[in-house]
Write a protein that binds this ligand. Structure first.
Ligand code: PAF
Length: 277
C-alpha cells in the first residue's frame, strides 16, 4: 500500500483517505463520495483494530463482511481498499503507541480506558501507510475527531481533515455498524437520543437553561420518559477543541458539543450534537 501511495504522490495525485472498521453504511458512503469529489485517488482502509477494544468489549462480535464492503466501496468510487491483517499492523515486536493526553481520558475515555490510544496509534499508522492529502471522518465520533485533530496538529502531520455530518436513519438514529446488534424496537426507541440532543440544543440556544446540572437532568428525564428501555451512561457538555467542560453556559461563546452514551440491552450507542453559541 505504501508503495502504491508513494507512486500516486510522485505522479502528483491528491489522495483522499477514509479509515474504517468495515461493515460499511451510508455514513461511510457519504465520506467516500466526498473524497471522490475532492481527491484524485480514493483509498479506504478496512481494519477492525484490536488496540481500540477493551477486554470486555465487542472485538470478536464486531460485524465483518468483506465482500459486502467491497461492493459498497466500488459503488462509492473507491480506488483502493487497504485490508490488512492484525499481524501486519501489530507485528510481534510492536512497542510504540501514540497518546493524546488528557483529551483521551474524558467522556468516552472514562468508560473505555486505552480506547483513544488505540485509535490514535492505528490512525497515525494508516496515515503513514496511505499518505493522504485529505482524510475523512464522521462527526458521529466527535471525541475521536477532536483527538485526531489534536494529533494532526501536535505532530505536524501534513494532512487536511474533513469532518462530515452524521448520517441518520429517517427517525434520527445515527447510522452505525453497531446498529446491527439492535432489534427493530430498540432501533425505534434509540431515535430518542437524537431528539434529546436537539431538545438540549433548543434549551441552550433559546436561553431557557443556563445551569448545566439542570440541563443534564432535563435531558436524562426526556430520555427515560420517551425511551424506558434505555440506560443512559453519561451526558456531557464541553467545547469541541479540547473537550473541556463548559461550566457557565451564559458566558460561553463558541462551539458547544453535547455528547452521550446509552445502552440498549448490551448494545452501547453514542451520539452528539455540535452547534455554535
Ligand atoms: O471510526 C472508526 O471506525 C475507527 O475508530 C477508525 C478511525 C477506523 C480507527 O480504527
Amino acid at each position: 500500500m505504501q508503495d502504491i501511495s508513494n507512486f500516486l504522490k510522485r505522479t502528483g495525485r491528491k489522495i483522499g483517505f477514509i479509515p474504517t472498521m468495515g461493515f460499511l453504511h451510508e455514513g461511510h458512503c457519504s465520506l467516500m463520495l466526498k473524497a471522490r469529489d475532492e481527491a484524485d485517488t480514493v483509498i479506504t482502509s478496512i481494519f477492525v483494530n484490536p488496540a481500540q477494544f477493551g477486554p470486555s468489549e465487542d472485538f470478536n462480535q464486531y460485524p465483518r463482511d468483506f465482500l459486502r464492503d467491497y461492493h459498497i466501496c466500488k459503488s462509492c468510487g473507491v480506488d483502493y481498499i487497504f485490508y490488512p491483517e492484525s499481524k501486519d499492523i501489530y507485528p510481534n515486536d510492536f512497542l510504540t503507541y501514540v497518546e493524546v493526553k488528557e483529551m483521551s481520558e474524558k467522556l468516552e475515555g472514562k468508560f473505555r480506558p486505552g480506547h483513544f490510544a488505540g485509535v490514535a496509534t492505528v490512525v497515525l499508522k494508516l496515515f503513514n501507510i496511505t499518505k493522504p492529502d485529505l482524510a475523512y471522518f464522521g462527526q458521529k465520533d466527535a471525541q475521536q475527531v477532536a483527538i485526531i485533530k489534536k494529533m494532526t496538529d501536535n505532530l505536524n502531520l501534513d494532512i487536511k481533515l474533513r469532518i462530515c455530518e452524521t448520517v441518520r436513519e429517517e427517525n434520527g438514529l445515527a447510522k452505525s455498524s453497531r446498529n446491527t446488534y439492535l432489534t427493530k424496537e430498540q432501533k425505534e426507541e434509540a431515535a430518542v437520543l437524537n431528539k434529546a440532543l436537539n431538545e438540549a440544543k433548543r434549551l441552550i440556544l433559546e436561553e431557557e437553561m443556563h445551569d448545566i446540572k439542570e440541563l443534564k437532568k432535563e435531558v436524562k428525564k426526556y430520555i427515560e420518559t420517551n425511551s424506558p428501555n434505555s440506560s443512559l451512561q453519561y451526558i456531557a457538555v464541553t467545547d469541541f477543541i479540547n473537550l473541556e467542560k463548559i461550566s457557565d453556559l451564559k458566558e460561553y461563546k463558541g462551539d458547544v458539543l453535547i455528547s452521550l452514551a446509552a445502552y440498549y440491552g448490551k448494545t452501547r450507542l453514542i451520539d452528539n450534537i455540535i452547534f455554535e453559541k
